[in-house]
Design a protein around this ligand. Sequence first.
Ligand code: BJW
Ligand code: ZN
Length: 245
Amino acid sequence: MLDQARQWLRAARSMAVLTGAGISAESGVPTFRGPGGLWRQYRPEDLATPEAFRRNPRLVWEWYDWRRQRIAQARPHAGHEALVRLERAKPRFALITQNVDGLHERAGSQRVIKLHGDIWTVRCLACGRERRDERVPLPEIPPRCECGGLLRPGVVWFGESLPPGAWEQAEDAVRNCELLLVIGTSAVVYPAAGLIPLAQACGARVIEVNPEETPFSARLDCSLRGPAGQILPALIPLEPNVQTG
Ligand code: BJW
Ligand code: ZN
């Protein structure tokens, strides 16, 4: 399995990678679903919505403040680093992430398409201004803009559109890749999960890296069952063994 996947990876000239919360798990950032995925008694569907924020901005911000603290303490691992090597080795490469934690960028990935925004940005509901805010923990919850308006996290909640351009870039990369590598996502949130059948419909091979099965596992070319921090370094060898195709 691993040998076959390694060969496909080496041979591919154009590649796309789709990551989810599972790739950050070994860095100490909790996933959304599954064991350890809950914050207090809430499911992400209860908190990551505009309605939840309207109802109780303080509760939603407490969740984000807690997650920002966990992320601030986290460090990218060998799996993130392997993806940086892959980017350098491929003439056409796109890293598409559903994660808002910024760990890919901290590892050194250059071109990251962020489908669900960035937890380190805030946007004012009153004046619309968006900016970075890396204060941990936040001095006041919920935080406010200089204009007095309520700030919200610069992320994408259920029912909201993806950041302008992000979806188009992701779709374009997936339509034009020979190989899609899907890492650490439960593949239940759309439109992100739809990139997997899209890749297949466009003729790409799909390899999954996940300790658990997903709704797509049975139809993929290869499912590597295990944690990203172990599988990715084994899949993507240290230079100069990676061929540039
Ligand atoms: C490991 C590991 C290790 C563990 N190594 N792996 C079509 C069909 C049905 C519904 C819809 C549809 N189209 C749209 C919808 C509605 C909705 C949706 O998808 N609902 C579903 C839940 C049914 N989608 C939307 O609303 C989206 N917007 C949209 O479609 O806009 C158009 C529109 C506008 C108006 C009205 C209607 C439509 C937006 C979705 C936004 C999702 N936002 C969140 C929060 C982001 C901000 C934040 O971080 O707080 O995004 S929810 C949450 O889920 C977060 C994640 O990015 C996303 C996906 O989760 P992910 O990454 O897969 O994590 P987990 O926890 O689910 O899985 C972790 C995996 O890792 C597991 O598989 C583990 O096994 C594995 N793992 N350890 C590797 N060591
Ligand atoms: Zn403002």
